[in-house]
Design a protein around this ligand. Structure first.
Ligand code: NAD
Length: 272
């Protein structure tokens, strides 16, 4: 169902890699709700060419930017405003990558060059995006900036590795920058803490399938899918959530508030 919640709104969507990406699903929903946007990703990700199909479907332009480069971000934001015909109302940061995870380095045996790179891509890039938006005065009042995170920022999940630390940092940036962006420019900054979701980044985590099934059984409403996440992002970009800022918002079917579910108890009871 479409409600035209984002009619006339303009934005930038980072991180659509393929049709499973949370950013891909969000772009489709934003388009259905009347929003227009620029799609962006790292130059290396664009080489695969998959994004062209999404751009065509949603009438979006594609502008390459490495989210760790302030020069790239400055150019992206300036060109996006020119292309879209004005300041922005929404920005989605849907970016994550751990070199330690990719190279199979255990958390107790981190390579710190890998750690620094993963932190730059997954956490500091959010500050860089916000700082460029702020300096370029690129956001309209009551605009909304969102990043994606995971509950490993609050509780330990052994195989989430250094991404847990990156997510804790990312969530802190939403609060710290959210203060100044709110005070000076009436712009919201939040993070969505999403259920485990089958995407390229998600599948990179060791034991992901078991983990996904466990979360499904623990969550009273079941896991939130990428499509569910897209719906939630639309509400947070809309005018119906104008006073929500500096929050880490759990979007996980109730997982984060559940001690144990009956399904899990049944699995471990003696007569099961
Ligand atoms: N999949 C899950 O289980 C899950 C759960 C909670 C949160 N998240 C978060 O959701 C976000 C999106 O991930 P996803 O699951 O859709 O996976 P995905 O792999 O589809 O998206 C990750 C994106 O980050 C981009 N990226 C990497 N380095 C970049 C750089 N230097 N500059 C610009 N872009 C860069 C990739 O090209 C890719 O498009 C991430 O922040 C992830 O941590 C995912």
């Amino acid at each position: 169902m479409n409600y035209n919640l984002l009619k006339g709104k303009r934005g930038i969507i980072f991180g659509a890699l393929d049709e499973n990406s949370i950013a891909w699903k969000t772009a489709e929903r934003v388009h259905e709700e009347g929003g227009s946007f620029v799609l962006t990703n790292a130059p290396i990700a664009l080489r695969m060419g998959e994004l062209n199909a999404l751009a065509e479907k949603t009438g979006a332009a594609i502008i390459a930017a490495d989210a760790t480069s302030t020069d790239d971000l400055q150019r992206l934001i300036t060109e996006s405003m020119q292309h879209l015909g004005g300041k922005l109302d929404f920005v989605l940061h849907s970016i994550g990558m751990s070199v330690n995870v990719r190279k199979g380095r255990h958390y107790t045996d981190e390579n710190y060059d890998f750690t620094a790179k993963g932190w730059d891509v997954s956490a500091l890039s959010f500050h860089k995006v916000l700082q460029q938006l702020y300096k370029l005065d690129a956001m309209n009042e009551w605009g909304s900036v969102l990043a994606l995170t995971y509950m490993a920022a609050q509780r330990t999940f052994p195989d989430y590795n250094d991404m847990a630390d990156n997510k804790a940092y990312l969530e802190s940036i939403a609060r710290s920058f959210g203060y100044f962006f709110g005070k000076e420019k009436k712009v919201r900054v939040n993070t969505i803490s999403q259920s485990p979701t089958v995407t390229t980044a998600g599948k990179g985590v060791k034991g992901f399938d078991a983990f996904l099934n466990y979360a499904e059984k623990m969550s009273p409403l079941g896991n939130a899918s990428a499509d569910d996440c897209a719906d939630y992002a639309v509400t947070l970009f809309s005018d119906f959530t104008r006073k929500v800022t500096m929050q880490n918002l759990f979007h996980d079917g109730g997982f984060s508030s559940t001690g144990v579910s009956q399904d899990i108890v049944d699995l471990f009871s003696d007569d099961s």
